[in-house]
Write a new protein. Structure first.
Length: 762
């Protein structure tokens, strides 16, 4: 049957992918020998939609997988999706808001189950998009980051680290977002430069009626929480004030001036107020000098009872009220209305961060980061492009203990339990129970009302079962007695309500996808070959995977790391919903085809740098797909017209012209160059090399010159060889059109292009 006049990507893509699945083409070839080539797909959000960065990631990884499969390597690409804890919960809470509800209307377990169902109802979309992209992943090995075996592995790691003293619980200054209701690691914080106000406030010196010091602050709403004033002891103008006592203008409390070199004498007046519970620098000074920590801002973003008459007000309302009161008192000396300051906001919503002292679970990273750093500096793990390596090494050198608690429901719950009620049949008193009854909790009672307080007080009015079943949040003081266990250790225990930072659980990804530690897959395919991902998460994710891989197995989890650049908008700016410049991959796949989008993105990225979305290239590669199709149609029409039986090309066959030999040499050069470029992760150059050969050489020169040639039999033999070897070279880049073209050669000796052998130089 004659080929269709034009290549119709819409009719080809779904049918070809179904054929690949039917053939079992994505599973590792059990007969293949040699070193396995393995990639684990960085898991996209299970309930989200694919963005252009996901598309680029899949295009590059599928390129590598298809290339190594054709080279005859035992090849495995494992797919999976991420529960994306905080992001998914925020998305679900937006849906609740549309219904007039919030997370506070549910106990923890019910809310978790509701989000689970939400994710299950939406996960088909992302899985369908992965398939639409042509990803030749082994779906039989699909992993979700909340699968039971994943949770079990994460729990086992945590228990091991706890027993070895590598995790601990402590009060710590964390980045807390009251809007999002969770803490963020330093890496997840964005520092925005803003123009704000700097208030110069007078503090009366004790025992004086008209002598003041003036303190500059951007946070007047925390003045009532101040414990001391500080100056730099090397500041000759102000060092003499050390030991002097001043009066807090809001509370009337006496505060001493202390000396500490952290104070910048050039900031404000050189006098700095100290609020150890709500400022990172003040926190460090507070620990150093043994200062009290007055927690005056709660996790709901409102002032606590410690703030006195401002209790219950939001931070911003309290700020306005305090400023008004200070003005009435006449103690505001002046205001710098255009003060440039750095404001910390969360990466997700851009909400202002509230530095806060909270009990948190931490990982001691010192003994973990050293071998992870050495793995890269020694070359055991090679990072491409090389210039990105400094980002990794600098981060590993600077990394400090890692807070892993997150105050969200959706995720892997930390396997820690607190005994809060002595079992009735117990003969001995557990000394930790009385301390644990100081734990602060919120729970939903039988009337669906939120109740909060300490466990000890609430047990006087409610049964333990009521509290356990309706539990929402639990904040245990750092000194509470805790038991690490996957299951409840017995009666009277409440489980920690915090979940693991998703980077803690996803740091196990190369392990859990291969069913660490006892599976055949783990024995055969670990360490994996390449970790391919965007450069922006090298610190979040790549570093943690290397740490956990070495800690648990003694080996890094992969040999190579390839970091692609970010796909930016057409104008080169970062894609953002607020800017209205987000590009939808579905639209381009629908209009131009998956092959064109893949090839355009691959050829757009060079040396791991960010790049503007290459729309012109995508249009060009859509035209290229049509050109390949028409080149094949031309061959078949010529065969039919000449009524010749075309022999398979062989080196030295009769009647080869100089033109034939020249193009065979050009093909061999293209094969050699493509191999060399792919070995160096230079995907864009490899794509352009094959494109140039097929369009500018075979189509524009060879086909044009053989049209008037007398000896069509030999030229058609060479043309078929050029076409079939060319689509082999292109298959990892443009899998759909090449598989469709391959099927148009009924005389082919390899049935499926996806499993065909890579071209050899002849």
């Amino acid at each position: 049957m004659a080929m269709a006049k034009n290549f119709d990507h819409k009719s080809v893509e779904s049918s070809v992918y179904a054929q690949w699945e039917k053939w079992g083409a994505f599973e590792p070839n059990k007969e293949a020998k040699g070193k396995p080539f393995t990639i684990v797909l960085p898991p996209p959000n299970a309930s989200g939609k694919m963005h252009m960065g996901n598309v680029l990631m899949i295009a590059i990884e599928d390129l590598m997988i298809r290339y190594h499969r054709m080279k005859g390597d035992p090849t495995l690409w494992i797919p999976g999706t991420d529960h994306a804890g905080f992001e998914t919960q925020i998305t679900y809470e937006r849906e609740l808001k549309k219904q007039g509800k919030s997370r506070f209307d549910f106990d923890r377990q019910t809310l978790y189950q509701n989000i689970w169902e939400f994710v299950q109802n939406n996960k088909n979309q992302i899985e369908g998009q992965i398939k639409q992209m042509g990803a030749s992943v082994d779906w039989n090995r699909y992993t979700f980051t909340l699968d039971p075996h994943v949770i079990e592995t994460v729990y086992t790691t945590f228990a091991k680290m706890h027993s070895e003293g590598l995790v601990y619980r402590d009060n710590y200054m964390v980045n807390y977002c009251p809007k999002c209701g969770t803490t963020f690691a330093d890496l997840e914080i964005i520092h925005e430069e803003r123009v704000g106000k700097l208030y110069y406030v007078k503090y009366l010196i004790q025992g004086e009626s008209d002598k003041y010091i003036t303190v500059a602050t951007t946070r007047p709403e925390t003045i009532m929480l101040d414990t001391h004033i500080a100056v730099n002891p090397k500041d000759k103008k102000r060092a003499s004030y050390i030991g002097t006592k001043v009066i807090n203008p809001l509370t009337g409390k006496v505060m001493e001036i202390i000396g500490d070199e952290f104070v910048d004498p050039k900031f404000g007046t050189g006098f700095v107020k100290l609020t150890p519970a709500h400022d990172k620098n003040d926190y460090e000074v507070g620990k150093k000098h043994g200062l009290p920590f007055i927690v005056g801002i709660g996790m709901d973003g409102r002032m606590t009872q410690a703030a006195g008459r401002w209790a219950g007000k939001t931070v911003f309302t309290a700020r306005d009220d305090v400023i008004g009161e200070l003005k009435e008192m006449g103690v505001i000396e002046k205001v710098d209305e255009k003060y440039n300051q750095s404001v910390s906001v969360c990466y997700k919503g851009g909400h202002e961060i509230e530095p806060m002292v909270l009990p948190n679970w931490f990982v001691k990273v010192e003994s973990l980061k050293k071998p992870a750093l050495a793995a890269v500096t020694s070359g055991a793990v090679k990072i491409y492009p090389k210039w990105r390596e400094i980002t990794y090494t600098k981060w590993m050198e600077e990394m400090h203990d890692w807070p892993i608690s997150r105050q969200v429901v959706w995720g892997i719950r930390i396997p820690v339990w607190y005994m809060v009620r002595q079992p009735e049949n117990s003969e001995s008193q557990n000394v930790g129970v009385s301390e644990n009854q100081k734990i602060q909790i919120t729970f939903l009672n039988k009337e669906k009302k939120v109740v909060s307080g300490t466990v000890g007080e609430l047990l006087k009015s409610y049964t333990f079962e009521d509290i356990r079943d309706g539990l929402q949040t639990l904040i245990a003081p750092a000194g509470c007695e805790a038991v690490v266990s996957a299951e409840s250790p017995g009666e009277g225990y409440l489980q920690e309500t915090d979940t693991f930072d998703t980077w803690f659980s996803s740091g196990h990804w190369p392990l859990v996808t291969l069913k660490y530690p006892d599976s055949d897959d783990f024995a055969k395919f670990y360490p994996t070959s390449v970790l391919e991902t965007g450069w922006e998460i090298i610190r979040f994710w790549v570093s943690r995977m290397i740490m956990f891989g070495i800690y648990l197995t003694g080996k890094p989890p992969f040999e190579y790391v390839y970091l692609h650049g970010l796909v930016r908008a057409l104008d080169g700016r970062k894609m953002s919903k607020s800017l209205g410049n987000v590009i939808n991959p579905d639209e381009y796949m629908d209009q131009y085809g998956v092959d064109a989008l893949r090839m355009g993105l691959i050829s757009g990225t060079a040396n791991g740098k960010d790049f503007a979305f290459p729309k012109d290239k995508i249009v060009s590669y859509r035209n290229f797909a049509n050109k390949l199709w028409n080149m094949t149609r031309f061959y078949h029409m010529m065969v039919e017209k000449e009524e010749v039986k075309v022999e398979w090309y062989k080196p030295g066959m009769d009647d080869l012209s100089e033109l034939d030999l020249d193009f065979i040499n050009k093909l061999n050069t293209t094969i050699k160059k493509t191999d060399e470029l792919l070995a160096k992760f230079r995907f864009a150059e490899a794509a352009e090399t094959i494109y140039h050969f097929m369009w500018d050489e075979v189509a524009a020169v060879y086909i044009e010159q053989i049209k008037d040639r007398d000896n069509k039999k030999t030229s058609l033999s060479v043309l078929r060889h050029l076409l079939m070897q060319g689509v082999k070279l292109l298959h990892p880049f443009m899998p759909f059109v090449t598989e469709a073209i391959w099927s148009e050669f009924p005389e082919r000796t390899e049935e499926q292009l996806i499993n065909a052998s890579w071209p050899e130089i002849k």
